[in-house]
Design a protein around this ligand. Sequence first.
Ligand SMILES: Nc1ncnc2c1ncn2[C@@H]1O[C@H](COP(=O)(O)OP(=O)(O)O)[C@@H](O)[C@H]1O
Ligand SMILES: [Mg+2]
Length: 365
Amino acid sequence: MARVKLEKVSKIFDKDVVAVNEVDIDIRDKEFMVLVGPSGCGKSTTLRMVAGLEEISNGKIYIGDKVVNEIPPKDRDIAMVFQNYALYPHMTVFQNMAFGLKLRKYPKKEIESRVNEAAEILEIENLLNRKPKALSGGQRQRVAVGRAIVRKPKVFLFDEPLSNLDAKLRVQMRTEISKLHNRLETTMIYVTHDQMEAMTMGDRIVVMKDGFVQQIDSPLNLYNSPVNKFVAGFIGSPAMNFMTGTLRKNNGIIFDEGNIQLEIPDVYFKDLTGYIDKKIVLGIRPENIFSANFSSGVKFPGKVKSLLEVIEPMGNEYFLYLNTGINQYVARVNEHEQMNIGEKVDIVYKMEKVSFFDVETGKKI
Ligand SMILES: Nc1ncnc2c1ncn2[C@@H]1O[C@H](COP(=O)(O)OP(=O)(O)O)[C@@H](O)[C@H]1O
Ligand SMILES: [Mg+2]
């Protein structure tokens, strides 16, 4: 059991490549923390510094209350599971799982009982005598996890462990790792580029970009209160729609995109006062857009007449790909009555659900 704390941790490669930039992360004992972000943002490097596989250029890493900067990987009491399971091909599953314990000179009895216990947790008891080449991808992944479990580490580290599996198996293994976390009650740090994995597995999520931490929060807080345009666009699928326009004063305030004009509700006025006659980014999630029948005579402040370009039926819902003539956007709707591709259709933005971002900094306003 252990808390893991990174204090202003940086990694600089080759004198000037700053892969990780003054990162502060405080992971609670028994927490499942996910590091997520696009490829190259510094997730693996951060994890490898916690593991001790990469030297720390600046800052401090604590495991428990000990600074581990100078402690070699084998003495950090952590276990890491990689994307490419790295099983020994000439060894059986049992031998693969036992290997680390054998190196550490554990008694034979203890090794057997730990391997059997891990095999039972992972439901691979019947595979113990097989060699890796006789296993499916999912089974190999379980063995790799088993090899970590037998060590009974204080902290588990996972680096994109599911990336090599097909989509269906990935979803299944994702819930199994969550269950494993509940059962073992151990601190876990899990790296992925997949925001769905992050959202479904994490107690909390660290969103990274270009070596910087953008936001650390619970999945729902990230979704509902992103601090900037990057986080808003990265979390959620289909992604949040963005359009740039100018704010104009006119009785109330209007967001003018060029082809469409939206009336902004009063509640936003206070935050937007500094942006009148300036460019601003409006964001709206696909589920906060609906199709409307204007013959009812109801006036909508968020009316967006748009060209319907593509309809994607998902079974329980539809994704509509729309175009204002200037901006493309996606709506996620339950029905699309009598709408045809290639037609101009009546669409409404729920204006009480929009967000605004600074054009230059990307910061949420
Ligand atoms: N050994 C290395 N030498 C030089 N640059 C590296 C090395 N390892 C990673 N990098 C660079 O550091 C950045 C972060 O890499 P990485 O942590 O692997 O990102 P991620 O895991 O988020 O995809 C990338 O720009 C990558 O090219
Ligand atoms: Mg990586």
